[in-house]
Design a protein around this ligand. Structure first.
Ligand SMILES: NC(=O)c1ccc[n+]([C@@H]2O[C@H](COP(=O)([O-])OP(=O)(O)OC[C@H]3O[C@@H](n4cnc5c(N)ncnc54)[C@H](OP(=O)(O)O)[C@@H]3O)[C@@H](O)[C@H]2O)c1
Length: 366
């Protein structure tokens, strides 16, 4: 197997992409002395407007990669990238480190050409159910692999754990958790288990200043990111969820602020609506509970939902710290004490770890 070569193409070199490339450099050095793994060669790296690649499929140097990419004068279209990779004289793994729907829409075509995919991009797996089916049927017919561990819970072993539960014949009855680092941070400081927490608008402002939110916090507060993750888990557990908008998702954006022009204006006007969130917090406190933004899947009732729920202060979801994620799997085997996965659910290095781990799985199976 030592003589086999596998080409790696990386689309997207932002926060996660840069960390992934650094992990890939370490991995390629480590694997070069391991005869049970193929030799890996990075042959393409791209950003939205630049492509660095080797037309003759020779390995690109990791040294000064960011500078070489920044000064690249080529920008291949997605179709040209796929054509280039399809003509490669060895197996290819495409690493999609973008959040692009356009790239995601090409997965069935890429996989049908025998090119494997590893990615933290949620878009392909949480879009239409048809795209989901096309991806996995293309992979099944060509033998290409597709792994997306970091699309839920970043590097936390969420998807691999769920797959293993299902594949080994356990019966998943319920999945519940906090799936957004931003929402985790916001509620852990707005409604802490000890002390009283700040005003809702002040906590959102603070989270934005600390870099925990998207540039426009409404992109976190609309709940869609969590809904996408729930869509992926529900499908893996066996529910054919049509789309992330086909089940109830509670948005924390006041109706009046949905259409304000900018994120800054939104933040400026948010204090006008603090009373609504305060009421929810106080109602939970009266029952000795705290409020959290959670997603849940009830397999028996075939129900998926995303929104605010109240939890006892001693509940693992209430006791979460910082911006951590928590995912509880209730199954027949595990009984009333769920299998719980908890830890950082965002960040370049941990997200890239999930991608690199997926890449190793594909290499092991190449
Ligand atoms: N960051 C996290 O903590 C985290 C956690 C879990 C999952 N994820 C997922 O990981 C992925 C990457 O996240 P990120 O934080 O690294 O995002 P990011 O910093 O915005 O980087 C995205 C990269 O993709 C490139 N890109 C976008 N569209 C492209 C296209 N059509 N062709 C080629 N390149 C394209 C961008 O190019 P430019 O450099 O030219 O803009 C940029 O380099 C996303 O799917 C995200 O949801 C991230």
């Amino acid at each position: 197997m030592a003589s086999k070569n596998v080409f790696i193409a990386v689309i997207g070199a932002g926060g996660v992409g840069k960390c992934f490339l650094s992990q890939l450099e370490t991995l390629s050095k480590r694997l070069s002395t391991n005869p049970s793994f193929p030799k890996i060669s990075l042959v393409l790296v791209s950003r939205s407007t630049k492509t660095l690649y080797s037309p003759k499929y020779e390995a690109l140097a990791f040294e000064n990669l960011a500078t070489s990419l920044a000064s690249a004068s080529t920008a291949l279209s997605l179709a040209e990238v796929i054509e280039y990779l399809s003509a490669a004289p060895a197996k290819v793994i495409l690493v999609d480190n973008t959040s692009s729907q356009d790239v995601a829409d090409q997965y069935p075509q890429v996989l049908s050409k025998g090119i494997s995919i590893v990615t933290p991009n949620k878009k392909a797996f949480s879009g239409s159910y048809k795209l989901w089916q096309d991806i996995f049927s293309s992979a099944a017919s060509s033998g290409a692999k597709v792994y997306h561990e970091s699309s839920v819970g970043a590097g936390l072993p969420t998807i691999s754990t769920l797959k293993e539960l299902v594949d080994t014949g356990d019966e998943v009855t319920r999945i519940e958790g906090v799936f957004s680092g931003t929402m985790s941070f916001l509620f852990n400081s707005f409604a802490p288990t000890e002390g009283s927490g700040g005003k809702w608008s002040a906590e959102v402002k603070k989270a934005k200043e600390l870099g925990y939110t998207e540039p426009d916090p409404r992109d976190d507060l609309n709940g869609l990111d969590v809904a996408r993750k729930l869509t992926i888990l529900a499908r893996l557990a066996g529910l054919p969820v049509e789309s992330p908008t086909s089940f109830p998702v509670q948005s924390l954006i006041p109706k009046e602020l949905e259409s304000v022009a900018s994120g800054d204006e939104f933040l400026q006007r948010l204090p006008e609506f603090d009373a609504q969130m305060e009421e929810t917090k106080v109602a939970a406190e009266k029952e000795g509970k705290v409020v959290r933004f959670v997603g849940s899947i009830d397999m028996g009732k075939k129900q998926v939902k995303v929104g605010l729920e109240k939890f006892d202060r001693s509940h693992p979801i209430a006791a979460l710290k910082g911006s951590d994620n928590i995912i509880s799997f209730y199954t027949k085997r595990y009984g009333s004490n769920p299998l719980i996965i908890q830890g950082a659910g965002a960040g370049g290095d941990v997200t890239a770890m999930g991608v690199t781990g997926d890449l190793i799985k594909v290499l092991e199976r190449s």
